[in-house]
Design a protein around this ligand. Structure first.
Ligand code: NI
Length: 194
């Protein structure tokens, strides 16, 4: 298990489509997940995709801390324990989208407001080769969409629809103070790294 450095926007591995994993139960895949967990823990964040540590394979890890869990309607939701998702597919369950702040370990020091589907189903396999199919909404759905985008070479700024809401962390407080009213405030919560 090794803490790997995290690639940053511009690295070609972050721009390519990840390859599917043929044997999710292999020792190599377990070792990859161990490295990813160590690497994520070292920097702090809620999710990581394998390409972010330089491995162009279709695997993401994520968790939703109880304190950050929020349903699409803004109500409290249950957290999601540390999850490994291999060869994931994300399917929107409605046309509804919502805006909220995101950050990314591959785009350090910045935050942006990103539209995401509020209700999705994601499927794939786990480390034991078992099929996974989960319906998710709210923050859980956002995290999964963000991580799975990495497997298609997409970073969150490419999903943004209003680049005025791309902000340096150190300017966040001033930026939020400058918003005139709730109608211009796309999100009240503070973002996490993903
Ligand atoms: Ni990210």
């Amino acid at each position: 298990m090794t803490v790997q450095s995290i690639l940053k926007m511009g690295n070609p591995i972050l721009r390519r489509v990840a390859d599917p994993i043929e044997d999710p139960t292999s020792d190599e895949v377990r070792a990859l997940v161990a490295d990813m967990r160590d690497s994520l823990k070292a920097v702090g964040g809620v999710g990581l995709a394998a390409p972010q540590i330089g491995v162009p394979l279709a695997l993401v890890i994520f968790e939703v801390p109880a304190a950050r869990a929020q349903a699409a309607d803004g109500e409290e939701a249950e957290g999601v324990a540390s999850t490994v998702l291999i060869n994931p597919v994300v399917e929107p369950l409605s046309d509804e989208t919502a805006l909220d702040w995101e950050g990314c370990l591959s785009v350090p020091d910045l935050r942006g407001v990103v539209p995401r589907h509020t209700h999705i189903r994601y499927s794939g396999v786990d480390l034991d080769g078992n099929k996974v199919s989960v319906e998710a909404d709210g923050f859980h759905a956002r995290v999964v969409q963000h991580e799975c985008d990495h497997l298609h070479g997409i970073l969150y700024p490419q999903r943004m629809t209003d680049m005025r809401y791309l902000v340096y962390e150190e300017e966040m407080e001033a930026f939020m103070d400058s918003l005139r009213g709730p109608a211009e405030d796309p999100a009240e919560t503070q973002p996490d790294e993903e």
